[in-house]
Design a protein around this ligand. Structure first.
Ligand code: HEM
Length: 202
C-alpha cells in the first residue's frame, strides 16, 4: 500500500514529535503491529460504522457550548468530511511512521483553532467508547477495544507532547528562550511552586 508523505513544517518536526512521544510510552501501552492487524482484519465492519461515528462525534461537540464555540458558521460539513477521512485512515492504515507523524500534525492544527487538550482527550475517549459499543457482536471485540485504547492513548501522548513542543517553540520565537532553557526553568519553578512528592526525600 502507498505510504503517505510525512507532513512538514519549518517550525515543528512532526516525525520527531511522534517518535519521542511514542518512545516515552512503555511498549505494552503503545499502539503496535498486532493492533494494526486486528483493525485491518475488521476493516469492513469498522468502515460501516464511519457515518454514525462522524455524526455522533459532531453532535456531541455541537451540543456543548465550550466546544460549539470553536466552530465557525457553516463549517460542520467540511469537519465531517475530514473526520471521516481520519477514521478511514485509522482503519485502512498503513500504520507506519508517516501515520504517526500525521497525527502529530493534526494536534497543532487544533491548537491554532483554540481547541484545548481536555477537548481533544475527551473525544479520544469517545472514540474508544464508540468502538466498544459498536463492535460487541464481532468475535474480535475485546482485541478491537484494546487496539483502539492503545491507539487513543498513543494519539493522546502525541497530541499532548505536540502541544508542549508548540508552546516551547512559540516562546523561543517570541521571547528568544531556547526550548531546553524553558524545560529547565519550568522544572525548577515547579519544584519551588509545588514542592510535592508522595514519598522519599529530595
Ligand atoms: C479525537 C479527537 C479529534 C480528532 C482525531 C480530530 C481530527 C481532525 C482532523 C483529521 C482534522 C483535519 C486536519 C487537516 O488535515 O487539516 C481536524 C480539523 C479540525 N478539528 Fe478536529 N479532531 C479531534 C477533535 C476535535 C475537537 C475536540 C474539536 C473542537 C472542539 C475539533 C475541531 C476541529 C476544527 C475546528 C478543525 C479545522 C482546523 C482548521 O482550521 O484547519 N476537533 N480534526
Amino acid at each position: 500500500m502507498k505510504t503517505n508523505p510525512i507532513p512538514t513544517s519549518d517550525a515543528l518536526d512532526f516525525d520527531a514529535i511522534a517518535q519521542k512521544a511514542l518512545s516515552d510510552m512503555p511498549p505494552e501501552t503503545r499502539f503496535g503491529a498486532n493492533d494494526a492487524a486486528v483493525i485491518r482484519k475488521n476493516a469492513e465492519a469498522l468502515l460501516a460504522a464511519k457515518e454514525p461515528f462522524v455524526k455522533r462525534f459532531y453532535d456531541i461537540l455541537f451540543a456543548h457550548p465550550p466546544t460549539r464555540e470553536v466552530f465557525e458558521e457553516g463549517e460542520r460539513a467540511e469537519r465531517e468530511r475530514t473526520l471521516g477521512e481520519f477514521f478511514e485512515r485509522v482503519v485502512k492504515g498503513p500504520h507506519d511512521d508517516a501515520f504517526f507523524a500525521w497525527l502529530a500534525f493534526v494536534g497543532p492544527v487544533h491548537v491554532v483553532r483554540g481547541v484545548s487538550n481536555p477537548m481533544m482527550l475527551a473525544m479520544l475517549g469517545f472514540l474508544v467508547d464508540f468502538v466498544r459499543e459498536n463492535t460487541r457482536s464481532l468475535p474480535d471485540h475485546e482485541a478491537l477495544v484494546s487496539a483502539f485504547t492503545r491507539l487513543a492513548t498513543s494519539m493522546g501522548s502525541i497530541i499532548a507532547y505536540g502541544y508542549e513542543t508548540a508552546w516551547k517553540k512559540a516562546l523561543e520565537n517570541v521571547i528568544g528562550i531556547p526550548p531546553a532553557l524553558t524545560e529547565r526553568t519550568v522544572h525548577e519553578e515547579a519544584s519551588q511552586l509545588f514542592p510535592l512528592r508522595s514519598h522519599g526525600s529530595r
